[in-house]
Design a protein around this ligand. Structure first.
Ligand code: ZN
Length: 262
């Protein structure tokens, strides 16, 4: 009997997640899941293929590998059913190095795309994390002066969306994040809320670290940020408006605020 080094369910799920639930073939990139409209269950359609075969005689089998390596995360690649059979039937066209390269790119793209599919439950949880992200972000700066109701909150929300989901890729380093946040605070205070007297008097240095934690948590939910952009903008706008109107984020006592800055 031949021993096969198959992947465990948890290794398979890890590879699916890190690959963004898409086929890793850069010319394909097919989504490999289906959400059942009846049960709302996520059904996986992809295949976790062995880069080096699970048993001797299989495609790209590597005698030098240990069983542990063969069934480890490093030896699996997520493909759609079509690409999975292609790489095994036309072996010479798809050598180990190429497959490893596909996988590397798939992981990098998944990180950029961030998250991938939507179930109503995930969306609800993700939106509450986004709400908290905005709240923490806003409470890290203080303003004084008159807040006018017609301040352009939608524009504000769009800028925040860009900042959180586009301008700050996950791999950005700490200093860049701090700079990005400060730049955005400046932009907001000078361009968007031009009717409001805003002064950045305090920046919460812990924001970048907290941002990472929010993003990490968001990454555990399956939501498509671009597809849900409208909903996300609504949440950012509503939270921002709410915080401005209640002035929860800002120092209400002008004298105290000014004296703190002097
Ligand atoms: Zn494919």
């Amino acid at each position: 009997m031949t021993i096969r080094d198959d992947f465990s369910d948890s290794v398979k799920e890890q590879i699916r997640f890190l690959s963004g639930y898409r086929c890793s073939n850069p010319d394909c990139r097919e989504k490999v899941f289906y959400i059942s409209p009846e049960t709302n269950r996520k059904i996986n359609l992809g295949v976790i293929a062995h880069i080096c075969a699970a048993s001797p005689g299989g495609p790209r089998y590597d005698y030098s590998m240990t069983g542990e390596e063969r069934r480890g995360e490093g030896n699996g690649i997520l493909l759609c059913a079509k690409c999975a059979s292609l790489i095994d039937r036309d072996m010479d066209a798809y050598p180990v190095g190429l497959l490893r390269n596909w996988k590397r790119m798939a992981y990098a793209n998944a990180k950029k795309e961030f998250v991938f599919l939507s179930t109503p439950d995930d969306l609800t949880r993700a939106l509450s994390v986004i709400r908290e992200l905005v709240r923490v972000f806003l409470s890290s700066y203080r303003t004084h002066g008159k807040v006018v109701p017609e301040a352009r909150f939608r524009g504000y929300a769009s800028m925040m969306f860009r900042l959180f989901f586009e301008d700050l890729p996950v791999e950005h380093d700490y200093d860049n994040k701090v700079m990005c946040c400060l730049r955005t605070l400046d932009m907001i205070s000078f361009n968007v809320l031009e009717n409001v007297s805003v002064r950045v008097s305090h920046f919460d240095r812990s924001f970048p670290r907290r941002y990472d934690l929010f993003m990490e948590e968001l990454g555990t939910y399956s939501i498509d940020i671009q597809k849900n952009k409208g909903r996300i903008l609504d949440v950012i706008e509503e939270t921002t408006r709410c915080m401005f109107m209640s002035e929860e984020a800002f120092c209400m006592n002008k004298e105290e605020n000014i004296s703190h800055q002097s």
